[in-house]
Design a protein around this ligand. Structure first.
Ligand code: PMP
Length: 375
C-alpha cells in the first residue's frame, strides 16, 4: 500500500503502543483515588504534563488538559471560554477555512447563544490577511480562533504576528487549532493563549489529545462531573493513553527537522510532476506545509480517480476525511476564491516520514495511467 493520507490519520508508532500496553497492565489505578496506587497514576499523569510543557518551552503559566482529541479540545477552548467570559463581551472571531470542529462550535455560539461572530475571509493562498484581523478586532471581542496549518491545502498562518494584534486587546484570548502543524511546523507557542493536539495525527493513539491553555483561563466545563483535569474536563482519566501522549510528541519532535526535509523532497517532486499534467491545477500555495499537497482535476471526476487509485492500493483523499463522504465542494477552496469546478473536484495527498520518492514515482505513473484509461 502507498499511504498518502496522513493528514486524516497516521499509523501507530510501535514504541508508543508498547508503552501504552505496558502502562495498561501496570498502572490501572484511578488517578483520582487517594490510595498509593492511584496516586502513582496521578504522579505519572503530572510527569507527562510537565514533559509536554517542556517540549513546547512553556513554563508554569500554562497547563495541559488531556482530552479525546482535537474535536473535543477545540470545543472546550471555544465554547467553554466564550460561555465563561460572555460578561466581558459577546464578539467572537474565526476564519472561513477552519475545521468543522471550530467553525460549527462558533456557529452554535452565534445561533443558539446570541454571540456576534465575524468570520474572516482568506486570500488566494488560504491565509488570513493581518489587516482584516486588525479591522475586525473590537473592544468586546473576547475570543479569536485562527488555525495554524490548514488541513485541506496546508496554508500556514502567521500566528505570531496575529498574536501581537490580538494581545493589544487585554480582554481577548487567542486560540489556535494547531492539529496539522504541531511537531511539524515550528511555532512560538507562547504567542497563543490556547492550542491543541490530536495524537492520531502524530503516530499516536486514536481518541487521545490535549488542550494547552494559560492557567488563568477558566473555560466553562462542557461536561459536569467529578472535576478531573482541573475541573475543565471531567471523567476518569485514561492514564496510559494520556501518559503516552508525552512520548508520542517527544518522538515526533525529535525528528521535526529531518521529517520536514524528507516530506518536502517528496512534495516538491510530486508538485513538479503534477504541474506537467494538463488537467491538474495545484491548490496548495508554494509556501504551504510540505506535509500536504492539494490539487484539482478539470476533466476527470476526483472521486472516481481516488477510487481507482484505491484499487491500486494507493490511499489518498478527496477534500478532507471529515467531509469527503458528503460529496460537496470544499469550503476552504471556495473561501480561496476557486471556482466550483476546482473546489468540488480536489485530491489531497498528505505525507509522513515513512513515505518515499519511489512511492511518489509509482503514484505519478499509476495516476497518469488512470487518467488515460478513464479518458
Ligand atoms: N482540526 C483539524 C485542523 C484537523 O485536521 C482535524 C482532523 N481532521 C481535527 C481538527 C479533528 O481531529 P480529531 O479527529 O482528533 O477530533
Amino acid at each position: 500500500m502507498i499511504y498518502f493520507d496522513n493528514a486524516a490519520t497516521t499509523s501507530v508508532n510501535r514504541e508508543v503502543l508498547n508503552a501504552f500496553n505496558d502502562l495498561c497492565v501496570k498502572h490501572y489505578g484511578n488517578a483520582a483515588s487517594n490510595h498509593k496506587y492511584g496516586q502513582d497514576s496521578n504522579r505519572l499523569l503530572n510527569m507527562a504534563r510537565d514533559q509536554i510543557l517542556k517540549l513546547f518551552n512553556l513554563d508554569n503559566d500554562y497547563q495541559v488538559i488531556f482530552t479525546s482529541g482535537a474535536t473535543e479540545s477545540n470545543n472546550i477552548a471555544i465554547k467553554g471560554v466564550a460561555l465563561a467570559y460572555q460578561n466581558r463581551g459577546k464578539h467572537l472571531i474565526t476564519t472561513s477555512v477552519e475545521h468543522p470542529s471550530v467553525l460549527n462550535a462558533f456557529k452554535q455560539l452565534e445561533e443558539e447563544f446570541g454571540f456576534s461572530l465575524t468570520i474572516l475571509p482568506v486570500n488566494e493562498s488560504g491565509c488570513v490577511n493581518l489587516d482584516d484581523l486588525k479591522n475586525a478586532m473590537r473592544n468586546d471581542t473576547i475570543l479569536v480562533s485562527i488555525m495554524h496549518v490548514n488541513n485541506e491545502v496546508g496554508s500556514v498562518n502567521d500566528i505570531e504576528k496575529m498574536s501581537e494584534i490580538i494581545h493589544c486587546y487585554p480582554k481577548c484570548f487567542f486560540h489556535s487549532d494547531t492539529t496539522q502543524g504541531i511537531t511539524k511546523i515550528p511555532l512560538n507557542y507562547k504567542s497563543l493563549d490556547m492550542f491543541i493536539a490530536s495524537s492520531h495525527k502524530l503516530h499516536g493513539l486514536k481518541g487521545s489529545g490535549m488542550l494547552i491553555l494559560k492557567k488563568n483561563i477558566r473555560p466553562l466545563p462542557l461536561f459536569s462531573g467529578g472535576g478531573q483535569e482541573d475541573n475543565i474536563r471531567s471523567g476518569t482519566n485514561d492514564v496510559p493513553r494520556d501518559v503516552v501522549l508525552a512520548k508520542t510528541m517527544r518522538l515526533e519532535m525529535e525528528k521535526t527537522n529531518s521529517n520536514y526535509e524528507h516530506v518536502k523532497e517528496i512534495n516538491n517532486y510530486l508538485r513538479k510532476e503534477l504541474l506537467e499534467i494538463e488537467e491538474v491545477v495545484i491548490n496548495s500555495p508554494n509556501d504551504a506545509s510540505p506535509y500536504i499537497l492539494n490539487f484539482s482535476l478539470t476533466k476527470h471526476k476526483a472521486s472516481v480517480v481516488v477510487e481507482a487509485l484505491s484499487l491500486h492500493d494507493i490511499m489518498v483523499s478527496t477534500i478532507s476525511a471529515c467531509s469527503s463522504k458528503k460529496n460537496e465542494k470544499s469550503h476552504v477552496l471556495t473561501a480561496m476564491n476557486k471556482n466550483i469546478t476546482i473546489s468540488s473536484n480536489t485530491i489531497r495527498l498528505s505525507f509522513d516520514e515513512a513515505n518515499t520518492i519511489e512511492e511518489a514515482k509509482q503514484f505519478i505513473q499509476i495516476f497518469k495511467n488512470i487518467l488515460n484509461e478513464l479518458r
